[in-house]
Design a protein around this ligand. Structure first.
Ligand code: HAM
Length: 428
């Protein structure tokens, strides 16, 4: 049996790195005072059709759809925003005491895409959605989250690319102008662009095939169609980013692949030897909540792809702060004594130490080898004499100093001793 195409298993060092980043995300979200949110992995298909848009690639080509046993149309979520908006409306969070409602989520998403580097069929997103504020400061706050996260992780060569799609009035004027401009050229564009022309002409602007064509380079720019309200909003977002010392590049080709955006849209890309990797995408969606049956409430958010983040960290050789050592490894000297090893291991674990013990009945030499593989700072040996007289023999695996310590003093002993060998000094 093999895993389904476009999926992957997590274990070993990758798992440790992932857990480390998840902890950093949790702590960052606590500082921003965002609340953790979880929605189902599957929803009624209609939510995504109405939310993300029929014409988007995601809904038209990439969803995992199925019928449940009562013949209802269900879809594995391809992204997080639609589900969070559904929940916000269903739980009437627009009446919450605390406004705006600031949420974050983390979980798997499903898109039937052609698997390739950084593109999976099951992938994880860390995302944020905030409801109830029109402030451009919020747009800047939202953009600051991925930027700070990447800074904390030590990622360099990060670029924020930002654009404004304006409000509905600006957007539709631009759409008309773009269609007029593209009409005589459409047969020279790729097949996908020809299909996008009627349905969603803005998407032609970020076509990977025609990106460099003169036709697209000379297309009208959205900035010339923004009404006053839209351009004031956009300018204020850019000013706030400057105040936060966040560098950005205004890129008029950023239109995003989901239909719900209004005003600010942005991507955070990493420029590495892997090429340009889109690590994060997001923006404002001031009409989506109403379109899905809620009150007229603005929303803004982003989502980060975890796999791409880990890929880029790897390609940049960025080490994460991962604990690859354990405090102690216990070696029982006979099968009879092994149960004492379990009891001692658990008692030390409950006292806060990272402890493991031999479960494979290895001989002493093999056990010392095992302790080295586990990077154990101490080896604790229990033989018959130790059990009868309530003590253990403990050996510092780095300095090789060996001592006998009474069982009742062991926790204090491990607590107090700070190994000052070269190895541990380096760790500090
Ligand atoms: P998105 O641009 O579709 O936006 O996805 C966000 C990020 O998820 C991408 O930048 C990428 O890092 C990652 N991603 C997308 N597809 C894949 C894939 N097949 N394999 C691996 N990683 C992938 C959204 O999903 C919006 N819901 C973001 C948002 C939230 N906008 C407002 N709020």
């Amino acid at each position: 049996m093999q895993k389904p195409k476009g999926t992957y298993d997590v274990f070993g060092l990758y798992g440790k790195k992932l857990k480390n980043i998840e902890k950093i995300i949790e702590s960052l979200m606590e500082k921003y005072n965002y609340e953790y949110f979880r929605t189902p992995i599957f929803e009624q298909s209609e939510l995504f059709h109405r939310g993300i848009g029929e014409t988007s690639d995601i809904v038209s080509k990439e969803t995992y759809d199925f019928k449940d046993r009562k013949d209802r149309n269900m879809t594995l979520r391809p992204e997080g925003t639609a589900g969070v908006v559904r929940s916000y409306i269903e739980n009437k969070m627009y009446s919450n005491n605390v406004q705006p409602v600031k949420t974050w989520y983390y979980g798997p998403m499903y898109r039937y895409e052609r698997p390739q580097a950084g593109r999976f069929r099951e992938f994880y997103q860390f995302g944020v959605e905030v409801f109830g504020s029109n402030s451009p400061l919020l747009d800047a706050e939202i953009i600051s989250i991925p930027v700070y996260l990447y800074n904390i992780l030590g990622l360099k060569n990060i670029k924020v690319k930002i654009n404004s799609l304006g409000d509905e009035e600006s957007h539709s004027k631009y759409r008309d102008a773009l269609m007029d401009y593209l009409k005589p050229h459409i047969s020279n564009l790729c097949f996908d662009c020809q299909a996008r022309y009627e349905k969603n002409p803005l998407r032609i602007l970020d076509c990977k095939v025609d990106k460099e064509s003169e036709i697209l380079k000379n297309a009208p720019l959205i900035k010339d169609f923004l009404n006053e309200n839209s351009s004031t909003h956009f300018e204020s977002v850019l000013t706030a980013l400057k105040k936060l010392d966040i560098e950005y590049e205004v890129d008029y080709s950023i239109v995003r692949g989901l239909d719900y955006y209004t005003h600010t849209v942005f991507e955070v890309v990493s420029e590495t030897k892997l090429g340009t990797v889109v690590l994060c995408g997001g923006g404002r969606y001031n009409n989506l909540i109403q379109e899905l049956g809620g009150p007229d409430t603005p929303g803004v958010g982003f989502a980060i792809g975890m796999e791409r983040l880990l890929n880029v960290l790897e390609s940049e050789n960025i080490e994460l702060d991962i604990n690859t050592t354990i405090d102690a490894y216990i070696i029982p000297l006979s099968e009879e004594i092994r149960k004492h090893a379990l009891v001692l291991a658990n008692s030390l674990r409950l006292n806060g130490f990272v402890v493991d013990y031999d479960l494979l009945n290895r001989n002493l030499k093999a056990n010392f080898k095992q302790s080295e593989k586990l990077n154990a700072k101490y080896v604790i040996i229990i033989g018959e004499d130790e059990v009868v007289n309530n003590y253990v023999t403990i050996k510092n695996n780095h300095t090789k100093i060996e001592e006998k310590v009474k069982l009742e003093d062991l926790v204090d002993y491990l607590d107090e001793i700070e190994c000052s060998c070269e190895h541990c000094e380096e760790d500090l």
